[in-house]
Design a protein around this ligand. Structure first.
Ligand code: GLV
Length: 326
């Protein structure tokens, strides 16, 4: 029987699915450090990974390793150069989380613009004594300009929702999307600089890479309107968190909504000193149904990638399909 490692606690029935095909070594505790993950991978044929880093050292130390399945759409936790060099297939879980993540992007953007968590804290602290004309006045979503940076599948799902709020949609992406998609979304392509100057609400949905590192830093924040909000549902590192803290402190922009952070879960604690930021612990895809769909898709990828089950040899979501040809 082939051996697989599961890096974090996951739905028990998904572990049971894996046990039908494999000898499973399931880690049942807090996230492991990289060297312990590497040690657990050393004798394995495959792995089910939930966002943990799998780098060159782990790959080099696991001669039997064939498939590493990520339960996430983003896979910046994988060193794909090392995967390719050693013929290891990486897989991810796209599409099943698009709508749930887009819903959350809206929830976070709206909570940020309308100061929902800040006002709830005020209420919980017993500070609500009377109605006031200027209490927690925020900025409107309806009729405003949405700026989407990253017009992939989640960015498009997010932009599609803007129609119901009569918003103007501008977007920036590495390449323009097809004209029919622009027409369907009523979305106008803009340079990053132009988008930052014009948008009332900027939402980040780009994958993390060396190229997207600090897409938003001091210079970019300086271009935004003082009334604008910034929402990040993509990855930590796309925003320069220290620069954002400084901009929020100086009210250079109105507010930010953040689901992801540099160094998470050890995020910059200075965020906690600010009232104009909404903070959530990387939960954009966390509906019960979607997390189940992601876990099952990650299992499908691992099972098929290791040559088992109904799709043996043909996993649904290969990141580096060329290794399958070898
Ligand atoms: C979550 O962050 C994902 O990449 O799926």
């Amino acid at each position: 029987m082939k051996k697989v490692f599961v890096s974090r606690p996951i739905f028990p029935d998904v572990i049971d699915r894996l046990r039908r095909y494999f000898e499973v070594d399931a880690h049942d505790g807090l996230a492991l450090p990289a060297d312990e993950i590497a040690a657990r991978l050393a004798d394995k044929d495959g792995a089910f990974i939930a966002g943990d880093p799998v780098g060159a050292k782990a790959i080099e130390g696991a001669p039997n390793l064939k498939v590493v399945s990520n339960m996430a759409v983003g896979y910046n936790n994988f060193d794909m150069q090392a995967f390719n060099a050693h013929g290891v297939l990486g897989t991810n879980t796209p599409d099943v989380l698009n709508e749930t993540t887009a819903d959350f992007g809206w929830a976070l953007m709206m909570a940020t613009a309308r100061r929902i968590t800040e006002s709830e804290h005020f209420l919980r602290l017993g500070k609500w004594k009377e109605w006031s004309y200027d209490a927690f006045t925020g900025s409107d979503i309806y009729g405003s300009t949405l700026g989407v940076i990253g017009m992939g599948r989640i960015g498009q799902a997010l932009a599609r929702r803007a129609r119901g709020f009569s918003m103007r949609v501008i977007y920036h992406n590495r390449s323009r999307v097809a004209p029919e998609i622009e027409a369907e979304l009523n979305a106008e392509y803009a340079s990053k600089e132009d988008l930052l100057k014009r948008a009332d609400h900027v939402v980040l949905v780009v994958p993390y890479s060396a190229e997207s590192h600090h897409t938003i830093g001091e210079a970019e924040l300086a271009l935004m309107k003082p009334s604008a909000t910034l929402t990040n549902i993509a990855r930590g590192g796309i925003v320069d968190d220290a620069a954002l803290i400084d901009a929020l402190r100086r009210k250079q922009i109105a507010a930010a909504g953040l689901d992801v952070f540099e160094g998470e879960p050890n995020f910059n604690r200075n965020f906690l000193t600010l009232s104009n930021v909404v903070l959530t612990p990387h939960i954009a895809s966390a509906s019960e149904a979607t997390r189940r769909a992601m876990a099952n898709l990650a299992a499908d990828n691992l099972i098929a990638g290791l040559g088992e089950g109904p799709r043996a040899g043909n996993p649904p979501n290969p990141i580096n399909p060329d290794v399958l040809k070898k």
